[in-house]
Design a protein around this ligand. Structure first.
Ligand SMILES: [Zn+2]
Length: 304
């Protein structure tokens, strides 16, 4: 009897220990880019460990698949990807190398945010990567749109809550708080951009199209010939013509690209200025959150 009691007691103690360690184990979340990481952190707070792969100062279309990234994915409970082919050049080889079935497409720990939005700039013809266009599924740079981010935060909260029931309510609460913060900041950003009177800009790559379309600003032409393809001499002349005719005041260049070509256009089109902007969290030291990135873009329009 005594022995049996000891056995039952021992089993109970073990079960309690197991539960306690389970409660303490935080979810390991890997986000493919610094923007997706920032969005997940808004929702996860301190309840999950969030790490990222691509740095904000790197062109997310082209990244070297390092073994250290595979290690991150091997131990991940959840992979949150941008999708829409943004990571197609490097993520598939990382997930293959990680040997963690959870984080493969279709797995319980795989969340593709691009699949949850209606993308803009969908090509009218069938494209392959061999043709050089890096946006074959439409524009993947949706994290530059504060409103889409706010909607997506709710989806992230839903998935985190499924994987970590204990913090389900906390995740949802943070996503709702993020959404209401964005809703209130949008009014200020809209009013300030409206005040600048800038209705058209030129960008190097179509990275800012979601931002621009959210604030009703047009980009009649890009400096790139097509997404991922540098301009030809003829295309530069065409861009200069548009800049002159449309009296473009501002050319925006992602800060991992050279401003040389934009500077040349501005020289030929009086009244046009060039700004090198961070298009992602951590692309500049002071851009720590998604709000910081939007704020920086609004200030650039304001000439600050
Ligand atoms: Zn792109």
């Amino acid at each position: 009897m005594k022995r049996q009691f000891k056995f039952v007691f021992g089993f109970l103690a073990l079960a309690v220990c197991f539960q306690a360690s389970n409660a303490q184990a935080k979810l390991n979340v890997v986000a493919t880019t610094s923007d997706i990481g920032a969005l997940v952190r808004e929702v996860a707070g301190d309840d999950a460990n969030v790490t990222t792969i691509a740095k904000g100062s790197q062109d997310p279309h082209f990244l070297e698949a390092k073994p250290s990234f595979m290690v991150k994915l091997r131990d991940a409970d959840l992979l949150v990807a941008n999708g829409l082919s943004l990571e197609i050049g490097w993520l598939p080889s990382l997930t293959r190398g990680a040997r963690n079935p959870k984080v493969n497409p279709g797995g319980s720990g795989y969340l593709d945010l691009g699949a949850l939005i209606d993308p803009i700039d969908k090509p009218t013809e069938t494209l392959t990567r061999a043709m050089g266009d890096v946006h074959p599924d439409g524009n993947p740079h949706f994290t530059l749109d504060p409103e889409r981010n706010a909607e997506l935060s709710l989806k992230i909260a839903e998935r985190l809550g499924q994987l970590d029931l204990a913090h389900k309510d906390a995740y949802q609460k943070r996503a709702l708080a993020f959404k209401s913060r964005i809703d209130s900041k949008m009014k200020d950003w809209k009013a300030r951009l409206e005040k600048t009177g800038i209705k058209e800009v030129i960008t190097y790559h179509p990275s800012l199209n979601y931002f621009l379309s959210r604030f009703s600003i047009k980009a009649p032409v890009n400096l790139e010939l097509k997404p991922g393809v540098p301009p030809s001499a003829q295309h530069i002349l065409d861009v200069i013509a548009v800049a002159r005719t449309n009296k473009i005041k501002l050319i925006l260049v992602d800060n991992f690209f050279d401003t040389k070509i934009a500077d040349r256009v501005a020289k030929e089109a009086p009244g046009t200025r060039v700004a090198s902007v961070g298009i992602a969290v951590e692309s500049k030291p002071d851009l720590k959150t998604l709000d910081d990135v939007t704020e920086q873009l609004v200030r650039t329009f304001e000439g600050k």
